[in-house]
Design a protein. Sequence first.
Length: 343
Amino acid sequence: MNDHDSGFVLPPDEPWSDAELEKIGHLKEAHDKISGQIRKAVVGQDKVVNLTLISLFSRGHCLLKGVPGLGKTLLVQSIASSLSLKFRRVQFTPDLMPSDITGAEVIQEDKTTGERQFRFIEGPIFTNMLLADEINRTPPKTQAALLEAMQEKQVTVGGERRQLAEPFFVMATQNPVEQEGTYPLPEAQMDRFMFQINVGYPTIDEERLILAMTTASYKPDIQPVLEQQEIVALQNLVRRVKAPEPVIDFILRLVRATRASEPESPDFIKRWINWGASPRACQNLVVGGKAAAILDGRNEVTMEDVIQVAHAVLGHRILPNFAAEAERITTDQIVDDLLKAVA
């Protein structure tokens, strides 16, 4: 169905003003400076840092997957410091309640009048950057407390909606090895994360530098590069980046190829995949590609921008079946094969 058939017509693209083009140059320069500030504390992980910044400027959320001790918490703290963002960390545990995240109304007594009234105490979710550490350690009802905040940028407590400050960004961590006593995230919640980023081990040279930095008296001095209002303005600018029709066609073919029910899906998808990616994957590939382009100083998306974010967008949105698990086929391998087949 095209725009005319559906009754919806997209407005024409507005030309870029000189001020907006200047902002693109400012964002590319800021991106380089932010990366430099983060490197004062975080060794290596350049791809992880870049994908995290792409997600942030896309107004998305990230799920960092990796074994303990790889510096995931340090990375999030460093990004928050380099962006002048308010940062809070929640350690998810089996006894954590939804009100421990969103906040709650408590009764307080006025000492002068003796009157009692409800007062709302904000939870840690009222911040700019929230680190949800080991999110799969807490029961589903507490995991679900994040859903409204991540999607609607608001929380509802006591029947009253409370808006969260902009920008709002959730970074969750998950240990892929230890599964005892955990509550795997349901597909609906996994889909709320724009990216799933796999954090790997450092190289030997990087690990040597980590030892030198962390076992001496070195303390990183991370300076803020962007203020909150600048970040919000640049997030709005990302949506203005043009995605050419061939790139949109590539994204549609890529996502639709993940669904075994589609006639155009490759044979290996029909053999290995139970469920493919939803339309939200298309949206995130487009917006992620736009953010990747603008962080590189361009106002038009290329296929290379989409390929850069494809694994992070699709890896947690395709569900392998038993045959894939038996053959030890990973989602990364499936996405690699998909990119080759579609491109």
